[in-house]
Design a protein around this ligand. Sequence first.
Ligand code: ATP
Length: 215
Amino acid sequence: MLTAPIGLLGGTFDPIHIGHLRPAIEAQATLGLAEVRLIPNHVPPHRASPFCTSEQRLAMVRLAAAENPGFVVDERELKRDQPSYTIDTLISLRTELPDTPLCFLMGMDSLLSLPSWHRWQELLDYAHLVVSMRPGWQPDYPAEVADLLARHQSQDIGALHRQRHGHIWLSDNLPIELSATRLRALLAAGQDPRYLLPASVARYIAQHRLYQAEP
Ligand code: ATP
């Protein structure tokens, strides 16, 4: 007997914003996800991006999760000393949760670039993919993605509950035209980010004087 599916959302979250949160909240409600796990990526400190430390990104993700019932933070990628491949994260979650359907949430930009991901063809052996619409990213699928969709797309919510992995669900979410890049530029220009991210995260950014200048 399987438990209810959970959602997984990986990202740099530099910072976390409504473009991450709204599609996840909608997927949670539409698909009946028992939980949404936010999984901040490890990014090597010497890289130009992200602009905040891992601790700061984690603190902001925690604040965002605290405002959203059912949202939790999973630190497994941050605890490693190098970036994790999504496939490795899914394998480790599958080992811990053998009887839980896993729904890996991603934006359309991520689906379009999927063939460049490490062992991308195996992702569906561990999870379903739940894809949010994202303005600026048209569903002009490269051949490999079109083929994957032809074999795995399903709009049957029951199938995401009955099977632990293997389906691709395209969300009919409210499209949100926001990226962390755009938000950082807005903050660097001294603008008020109100309503683009949780109020607690906006306060954290102000208190710590984050993103004040574009590097
Ligand atoms: P950056 O601008 O720094 O590249 P980002 O805002 O695109 O960041 P990421 O942390 O790279 O955010 O994204 C994590 C996940 O969230 C990805 O799967 C991405 O597709 C998705 N995502 C980010 N913004 C949106 C959005 N506005 N709508 C739908 N999905 C989004």
